[in-house]
Ligand binder design. Structure first.
Ligand code: FEO
Ligand code: CA
Ligand code: CA
Length: 649
């Protein structure tokens, strides 16, 4: 990280930062547990482990786990594509993958055309942001041929955005970064709401739509829920602790049943500055548990609020789930503090059998946790306006994955168990501001970087995507993290009995451990999976209206897996359970984010983040999607449709 001559990839920097093991607790890594469920030796012995685990998958695993529906034949009908590394993207035969939105495309009225050599903060604030991540589609018409696309812009790669700059070295305090670079970066973060319509030429942006909106790192937002107005939320900008400027590092998210957008703030620690001020800081313990200040960006060099000495509480105002009403472009986004503060990957919702809302969330850091929130109130499915502040009251819980194949959800409620004054919690606001430390005290299970946690509305199952954890040691192996040096990740399936997602305990099972099944890495894909069909590093996912699972990956490369990231379909039921198939391939260097279907499954939207990652603006490894010598690689949203107009897959 300190060699200034190397062009570092920003995503490698993020990866490296996640090596910082912020969780210093010795919460049960239930090392013994694995012996009882899968013998660790069998898992690690490769082919034997594969057959044991594939066998468990095919039979539905342990006795607690209800037998899935039996189906002998695949329901996926597309011909799989070749896994590999190419400058262009690719999709299965009979499908088209069309570019819908690129970094720099005009979004607001008066926005200039993208001019990469002369970019300004003002232009960027009215154009599509960088590194598109979560995508949500909110239909505006009955047949969903018009709708709002909501997009998170997670982070920026200065080495790919600016000519002549290269990757800046944080230890040299970003010597070549100017305030103009920083202000462009701040406007390239946040999110976009854009109206899109299906016409003769496929999906197109409605340029003059009243809904079109940019949200940036400066957009005024409300702090809502138990932490609003708390002393630890007060700053010079917001003396009453109720307002905050902006959101950033919004990774995945969700769309609520009432049509609002949840944008989850993930690696917010990286935007804060001044490591020397940490020891003795009033929030020292809290800063350390969040890995802050990370100083991955130079915003603190030019804007005092990102300096932890100058504005000691500012970081407490980030790391939340933000709710935004895309139908009202004048609405003020709200940070929903009842959902906890950590490195939120996503926030996927389901209406429970009792009518309450359940939000599933992962904390994407090595050895961190899986959470869920259950609202106090029932969702009003008839009158969306009655759900306006539904996310402000409810119970946040953290998961403990037991040896017996059950997962216990442990409530994070002030005044209960260890969450008292004895451990420096004086209110529910304190518990939520330091959600991670509260979860440590409850003995939550340390996981391998929880990314999307996705409920399946058709089957009632919940998929937990665990992307990797190369820092897990042999003696840290657990039932829910069965591999040391887990380079390729795995997927856990939770099946709450009767589809009751508010339940305190549910059965869980590993759906698949990832990586090359022919290598000796303990991968457990179903033997029906081809050499193109396996993948590493599951990250985000989508579920189509038939309840089928589609996986997006982050971290595959020539070096690691001989393939780029992309989309793979995955069988979850019957004899083929654990079989995956390659549907879409990213251009080199890109990570695949945000997969989401239209309600009729005829379009799959995907987001390609940081194409050409690992290279630079001046010498990019691809110029996707324009392939124009005057254009840099541009993160872009792609609309995938079937050429005959039918359902995807
Ligand atoms: Fe932003 Fe956890 O990926
Ligand atoms: Ca992600
Ligand atoms: Ca990721």
């Amino acid at each position: 990280m300190t060699d200034n001559k190397t062009v570092y990839s920003r995503s490698e920097a993020f990866e490296a930062s996640e090596d910082n093991h912020c969780n210093k607790t010795d919460n049960p890594t239930i090392g013994e547990i694995i012996e009882a469920r899968f013998s660790r030796r069998q898992v690690l012995k490769g082919s034997l482990g594969v057959s044991v685990m594939a066998g468990m998958a095919a039979t539905g695993g342990n006795l607690l786990f209800p037998k899935p529906v039996q189906a002998d034949e695949s329901t996926f009908s597309f011909d799989e594509i070749e896994a590999g590394v190419t400058q262009d993207h690719a999709v299965a035969d009979g499908y088209s993958a069309d570019i819908l939105l690129r970094w720099g495309d005009p979004i607001l009225p008066g926005a200039p055309e993208f001019d990469p050599e002369n970019q300004t903060a003002e232009a960027q604030a009215a154009q599509f942001g960088y590194n598109n991540d979560f995508l949500g589609f909110i239909p505006l018409t009955e047949n969903a041929d018009r709708g709002l696309l909501v997009v998170n812009h997670e982070y920026t790669n200065e080495e790919l955005m600016f000519s002549g700059l290269g990757r800046q070295d944080r230890d040299k305090k970003f010597a070549d970064t100017t305030i103009d670079h920083v202000n462009i970066e701040m406007m390239a973060h946040g999110g976009t709401v854009v109206e899109i319509a299906l016409g003769d030429k496929g999906w197109e942006v409605v340029n003059d739509s009243k809904y079109n909106r940019r949200i940036t790192a400066e957009t005024e937002m409300l702090i809502s829920g138990p932490c609003a107005g708390h002393d630890r939320m007060k700053t010079s900008y917001s003396p009453d602790g109720k307002m905050v400027r902006g959101m950033f590092n919004n990774c995945a998210g969700g769309v609520t049943p009432w049509g609002t957008w949840l944008a989850a703030e993930e690696n917010v620690n990286g935007y804060f500055w001044n490591k020397d001020a940490r020891d003795g800081h009033p929030e020292e313990r809290n800063l350390k548990r969040m890995g802050a200040p990370g100083q991955w960006y130079s915003w603190g060099k030019f804007h005092d609020r990102f300096d932890i000495a100058k504005e000691p509480n500012e970081l407490n105002r980030f790391g939340w789930v933000v709710e935004i009403d895309p139908r009202d472009p004048t609405s003020t986004p709200k940070k929903r503090t009842a959902l906890g503060r950590f490195k939120h990957e996503g926030a996927e919702t389901i209406i429970n059998t009792d009518g309450r809302l359940v939000v599933y969330m992962g904390d994407d850091q090595r050895f961190d946790y899986v959470y869920k929130f259950v609202s106090d109130m029932q969702v009003d499915t008839e009158n969306p306006e009655n759900n306006i502040d539904l996310l402000d009251s409810g119970v946040l819980s953290v998961a403990r994955f037991n040896e017996s194949g059950t997962v216990d959800w442990m409530p994070l409620v002030y005044g209960t168990g260890p969450l008292t004054e004895e451990n420096d919690f004086a209110s529910q606001a304190d518990v939520l501001i330091e959600t991670r430390r509260a979860a440590d005290l409850l003995g939550a299970t340390q996981m391998d970087r929880p990314e999307d946690v996705q409920p399946n509305k058709q089957t009632g199952s919940v998929y937990v995507l665990l992307t990797n954890n190369t820092k897990r040691k042999d003696d840290q192996i657990t039932a829910s993290s069965p591999r040391a040096e887990n380079a390729f990740g795995h997927i856990i399936e939770i099946r709450p009995e009767g589809g009751d997602h508010a339940i305190a305990s549910a059965a869980w099972e590993i759906l698949v451990t990832c990586g090359d099944p022919t290598a000796n890495v303990g991968a457990s894909f179903n033997p029906e999976t081809t050499e193109n069909g396996w993948f590493g590093m599951p990250d985000n996912c989508a579920i189509d209206s038939a309840g089928r699972l589609w996986i997006a990956t982050d971290g595959n490369s020539e070096k690691k897996t001989g393939r780029t990231d992309g989309v793979w379909s995955m069988e979850t039921e019957g004899k083929l359970r654990g079989t995956s198939r390659h549907f879409y391939r990213c251009p080199v260097g890109a990570e695949l984010c945000g997969p989401t279907f239209t309600p009729d499954d005829t379009t799959l939207f995907v987001a390609n983040q940081h194409p050409a990652d690992g290279s630079s603006f001046d010498e990019p490894s691809t110029r996707w999607p324009d392939f124009d010598d005057n254009m840099p690689p541009r993160p872009s949203v792609v609309a995938i449709t079937k050429d005959d107009g039918g359902k995807i897959g």
